[in-house]
Design a protein. Structure first.
Length: 116
């Protein structure tokens, strides 16, 4: 089942988070939701904001590196917790969704969850 939280973005719920900090958070959400469309968009945004691939490559292991600021680590922890919570909620109810949607219409996540 594809998680409906793919359309949740750190930038929309945390406007004070710098663009450089939002990019890894949005990429991590897309990774956890296995959404290639959103991940592609967020990797592009991260490269534009950060100009380095090292942080992108190690993102799945962000806890084991010192490449991310304390603020970014806090945002990543919150994002992973939110995705985990909503994934569990989606398994019990199809109405457990955040009302944030900025996924492009070509992205499978914009149509909502789907079974795998």
């Amino acid at each position: 089942m594809r998680n409906s939280t793919c359309t949740v973005q750190c930038g929309t719920s945390a406007p004070r988070l710098r663009v450089r900090s939002r990019a890894p958070c949005n990429m991590r959400i897309s990774q956890l939701n296995a959404c290639a469309c959103c991940l592609s968009i967020h990797v592009r945004d991260a490269l534009e904001a950060d100009k380095t691939q090292q942080r992108i490559v190690v993102l799945p292991a962000w806890r084991d590196t010192e490449l991310f600021t304390d603020q970014e680590c806090a945002a990543l922890t919150l994002a992973e917790s939110l995705v985990s919570f909503l994934t569990a909620a989606d398994k019990t109810s199809t109405t457990a969704r955040l009302p944030v949607s900025s996924a492009p219409s070509s992205c499978p996540s914009s149509a909502g969850p789907r079974s795998s």
